[in-house]
Design a protein around this ligand. Structure first.
Ligand code: FES
Ligand code: MG
Length: 573
């Protein structure tokens, strides 16, 4: 910022007229001295703290630490709440509300006298929702991710949050687990503050922030309880004040190169498929062209460098001890765009010089990765004209080329009703097809794509089947799961036309997903197809159903794409 250039907040606090008095006076009931309103950058600490978002339950404390940093640097910190999305509690799915929370963030930032923003995030959707909102305003912004929980430990066994959920069901059904066993497991998994401790969606989002250049380097992999997490939060508070002075806005950091860096990094850490939708939505807000195909073109050849659940063995705490994301970023140097800007004012290439790996079983080198070509594969074919995705690092190799008969479920309810019917015709070669779980259909595109296998197959020791849906899956889940099928079944995509017994052919090498049914027959089925009644007739959910875009476009609301800047056109009086 030019020295003579006025702070945005001075539009509120700088006047000596009636409105200047009003803006200052009411705030002064908190006891702020005169000089707080005289040219100090006002830093909004956008807090997704909520007791209903357990993963973000510690962010009230963190806000105080950030404030410490802001004050030290000569800024004026003001914390404000935005809608918080608790993954494990909100029904039907937090994804239904990601765009709503982004609107809350956007409008809260623009309408208030703020010069710079600190986003306090953690649980899955709290990161993309707030970044999307902040992008549509485009002030200097830094992200402070809340950090993962410590590793879980249950009866001598190391367990990851999220991953344990999938195990518990099996242990109940096959291992005879009682209520007492389950209660004990609950506290052993969630044994500290923080978000999921696997490379699930929350850790993926924190990683994404660092790869995009939106966090201080090294911040994203520190566990929530570690004192260094608070240290980084304080330094972020200091830094945002400088960023305001430098006018280092989001659009100066979030370039096409930054997005490509995030795709490459996500592949190397075996990150969640949810990143695809969120990254496309964020790009849409900041005005960078990013397509579904880019994830394959840019990321699919990137090798897997971390051995973390759900793809591997270890948890985020181990990752941090091994050196964390900085080691990965240093390894990835030959692949990353080195000149991308980051919030500390340096290029990404300047940030990871002084880095050591302490455990090569957790973080590999580029020469000896855990797996070659780990990135997301984008599939095309008559079953997914606009695309579908699969995460090869989480899939079963023998199923990646597969031809099998469809076992179709028309909805989630239909699935629950029939999956364990002893008469259901299903075997290890079947392909499960689940309809009605896309953005408009469910609505909200829940994380159900990795539906459980029928008990009778689990009892036979079968652990994976090809599963296809227009939904998402949890970042903590694994399997040969084809997700985000676009267009979704509810708007009449080919997925809607699949019938029991149809042959489906998947070829991940060729990136194809084909429904082996004659064109004529498909036309006939399409003619007979009747669109389902939308589930909501009023309120936000109706607006969501009417305006949500398909998964390949990031599932944002059509009218939210882009930004309106930070200018407020009309005054209070
Ligand atoms: Fe919040 Fe996993 S449930 S991060
Ligand atoms: Mg999740």
């Amino acid at each position: 910022m030019d020295k003579k250039q006025k702070l945005r907040s001075s539009e509120w606090f700088g006047g000596n007229d009636k409105m200047g008095f009003v803006h200052r006076s009411w705030l002064r009931n908190q006891g702020y001295p005169d000089d707080y309103f005289e040219g100090k950058p006002v830093i909004g600490i956008c807090n997704t703290w909520s007791e209903l978002t357990p993963c973000n339950g510690h962010l009230r404390d963190f806000a105080e630490v950030v404030k410490r940093g802001v004050l030290e640097a000569g800024g004026f910190p003001l914390e404000f709440p935005v809608m918080s999305l608790g993954e494990t509690i909100m029904k039907p799915t937090t994804m239904l509300f990601r765009n709503l929370a982004s609107m809350d963030t956007e409008e809260s930032i623009r309408a208030n006298p703020l010069d710079g923003i600190v986003l306090l995030t953690g649980c899955d959707k709290t990161t993309p929702s707030t970044i999307m909102g902040a992008c549509s305003v485009d002030l200097p912004t830094i992200v402070v991710p809340g950090g993962p929980m410590l590793s879980g430990r249950f009866r001598g066994e190391k367990i990851g949050s999220g991953s344990m959920n999938w195990m518990i069901k099996e242990r109940q059904e096959i291992g005879g687990y009682t209520t007492k066993d389950i209660r004990e497991a609950e506290v052993c998994v969630a044994r500290s503050i923080g978000h999921c401790n696997t490379m699930g969606t929350a850790s993926t989002m924190a990683t994404m922030c660092e790869a995009l250049g939106l966090t201080l380097p090294g911040f994203s992999s520190i566990p929530a309880v570690d004192s260094r997490k608070k240290l980084h939060a304080q330094l972020s508070g200091r830094r945002i004040v400088e960023m305001v002075k430098e006018d280092l806005t989001l659009s100066k950091i979030l370039t096409r190169e930054a997005f490509e860096n995030a795709i490459i990094t996500n592949a190397a850490v075996g990150g969640s498929t949810n990143l695809i939708i969120h990254l496309i939505a964020i790009a849409g807000r900041i005005g960078v062209q990013l397509n579904l195909e880019d994830f394959d073109l840019v990321g699919s050849k990137v090798p897997l460098l971390v051995n973390l659940k759900p793809s591997g063995t270890y948890l985020m705490e181990d990752f941090f001890y091994a050196g964390g994301l900085p080691v990965v970023m240093k390894e990835l140097r030959p692949l990353l765009h080195q000149r991308a800007n980051t919030v500390n004012g340096k290029k990404i290439s300047d940030n990871y010089d002084d880095v050591t790996c302490y455990e090569r079983d957790v973080i590999a080198t580029l020469d000896k990765p855990f797996q070659e070509k780990a990135g997301i594969a984008v599939l095309k074919g008559n079953l997914c004209e606009k695309g579908a995705v699969i995460k090869p690092s989480a899939a079963t190799p023998r199923l990646m080329h597969h031809r099998g008969e469809a076992v179709v479920f028309e909805s989630m309810e239909d699935y629950h009703e029939r999956i364990d019917d002893p008469n259901l015709e299903i075997d290890e070669n079947s392909v499960i097809v689940l309809k009605g779980v896309g953005p408009k259909g469910y609505p909200g595109m829940p994380e159900v794509g990795n539906v459980d296998l029928p008990k009778k197959l689990l009892a036979k020791g079968i652990t994976d089947l090809v599963r296809i849906s227009d939904g998402r899956m949890s970042g903590t889940a694994a399997g040969t799961v084809i997700l985000h099928v676009s267009p979704e079944s509810t708007i009449g995509g080919t997925l809607a036309l699949v019938k029991n017994g149809d042959m489906i052919e998947l070829n991940v090498t060729n990136r194809t997903l084909h429904l082996d049914v004659e064109l004529e027959e498909l036309f006939k089925r399409k003619k007979e197809w009747v669109a389902p009644e939308p589930l909501a007739k009023r309120g936000y959910v109706k607006m969501y159903i009417d305006h949500v875009e398909q998964a390949d476009k990031g599932a944002d609301l059509d009218f939210l794409v882009g930004g309106s800047g930070s200018k407020v056109e009309r005054d209070l009086h």
